[in-house]
Design a protein around this ligand. Structure first.
Ligand SMILES: [Zn+2]
Length: 225
């Protein structure tokens, strides 16, 4: 706690005083343009990796950047999604997974979680679509490759869950909402963006077995603008 107490002092005496006008503006209301959904993992800092200021990102964080499907629970995720779109008129939602995600490691070995982390175990049921997809389509993929596939596929699964929300469904239909799937690589700072039209999973069927080709689902986002 000592470190963060010193941090508060530094923030108030340095950063706040040099950005006072911005904070006074923020006190009048928030107008974020992006709903940013990511993992609780302490190694991700949404404002740092996107170089945005307070007030620019409306952020939802939880274990595994998961969005329970509409009606599955009355949790905070649905309320945040509804508020972001209806009240803040946000038109872009980013779901951002990340490399070395502990939640995805747990998803790949759920039996070990039941005893020690029953709440995490239950929460990961909202990513069951990801686990099933991997089991069925990624036979023969193991270790780090399987974890990376889980991280990427889970982001795409969670976009599917997002689409189950009536407000998302309605705004997508009218072209007033865009969904974005990202994976952040902790070790390189890279942001990989899902591009369904440029890259896609290629499963060849040989002797009744699906053989997955190593085609990246996500492409490196080269910084522009
Ligand atoms: Zn994570």
């Amino acid at each position: 706690m000592r470190k963060i107490n010193q941090g508060i002092h530094q923030f108030q005496t340095n950063y706040f005083t040099t950005h006072r006008e911005m904070f006074e503006q923020l006190a009048l209301g928030q107008h974020p343009r992006i709903l940013f959904i990511t993992c609780c993992d302490s190694r991700i800092d949404p404002n740092l990796i996107t170089q945005t200021q307070p007030g620019e990102l409306f952020i939802v964080r939880n274990i595994g950047n998961i969005i329970p499907p509409y009606g599955a629970t009355n949790g905070g995720e649905g309320a945040a999604i509804e508020y972001a779109i209806q009240s803040l008129d946000i038109k872009d939602i980013v779901v951002c997974g990340h490399s070395h995600c502990g939640a995805m490691k747990g998803l790949l070995q759920p039996s070990g979680l039941n005893e020690e982390l029953p709440l995490v175990h239950d929460w990961l049921k909202y990513a069951e679509g990801t686990r099933r997809l991997l089991r069925y389509n990624y036979k023969g993929v193991e270790g780090e490759d399987l974890l990376n596939a889980a991280i990427e596929e889970n982001v795409i699964t969670q976009l599917d869950n997002l689409r189950t929300y009536p407000i998302v469904h309605a705004r997508l239909y009218s072209g007033q909402l865009n969904l974005h799937a990202w994976v952040y690589k902790i070790e390189t700072g890279g942001i990989f963006v899902y591009s369904a039209d440029r890259c896609n999973i290629q499963a060849k069927h040989e002797d009744g077995m699906a053989v997955v080709e190593a085609v990246p689902l996500f492409v490196n986002q080269v910084a522009k603008e």
